[in-house]
Design a protein around this ligand. Sequence first.
Ligand code: GTP
Length: 356
Amino acid sequence: MIAVVLVGGEGTRLRPLTLDEPKPVLPIGGVPFASLLLDRLAAAGVSRVILSCGYLPERLAAGIGEPPPGVEVEVVVEDEPLGTAGAIAFAARGRVDGPYLALNGDVLGDADLGALVAEHRDAGARATILLTPVDDPTRYGVVVTDPDGTVERFVEKPPTADGLGPAPWWVNAGAYVLEPDVLADVPADRMTSIEREIFPDLVGHGLRALRSAGYWRDIGTLESFLAANADAVRGRVHTRLGGADGAVLVDPAAAVDAAARLVGPVRVCAGARVEAGAEVGPDAVVGPDAVVAAGARVHGTVLLAGAAVGPDAEVADSAVGCDATVGAGAALRGCALGTGAEAAAGERLADARRPG
Ligand code: GTP
């Protein structure tokens, strides 16, 4: 089985973290997100992954690490963004000759993609959409199906849930199985959206959907990126981290002082240092080679590789980019610092975005 993964977006909502790293290589629990996605595709029996890139393709290719055994990865680069349908069509053209998986490359999930493929084949569908449940339909495109899984209609961001039946409501999870002809006529020279321009026309022509209650989170905002990290360490989503509620996951190559306090769920990666009197967690990830100095407090926060939090600083609900520094005694809440950015000693910052 072949999978096309969309990883070409600029990730504007996650700036400044995405100014020099594309969203799919940002870490979840210290592991590049794309590596977790490759694990999942390998588990579903995928042997070839085509990454559909546009933004920072070299960084993406360098950042995904070794693919799992038995999985071959090809990077395909668009000259300009083609939208979700255009990008899948561009990547698939000449490379697929049977049904294939297509995925948004910014969704952390653990739904069984093998089951999606099996359902598609068994039903003889032309396209099958994975659905995930939500409690508030007003921010999503709701997919209404009959009891058998045939898609009846789409309701884009309804103002209320009136007429949509009882909760939960089921929305597009950003994973599909497609027959090769579905996107054959997509223009090669303009943006085309699979959600808005392709699927609505397929209603009544072999478009089906499969409901899955597995974990699902789009990692595209600071809040959801931090929550995805916490959920991975907590084990709410099944990943190679093997997290659990209250887990304290310390890499053997990390140095945690005996007088430091780790409050699970927390993950400390290889080469990281946590000094005496520091308190890290809950819901914190100390990335590779990152440092939390004496007396500092870090919670609800992801420190990327090489980030440093100075003595007695407090960092809450924030992301601190690669090699960024938080000075002694500084206090950050709800902030994102880009690569190499600096918060000065004693500085107080709330809900700030600071590029490097
Ligand atoms: P924002 O700018 O913050 O909205 O993020 P984004 O650029 O990632 O856009 P969005 O979250 O809507 O994209 C969903 C998925 O599709 C992500 O995995 C993107 O990388 C990918 N994507 C969006 N547009 C394109 C495109 O034109 N080409 C390719 N190859 N991928 C795309």
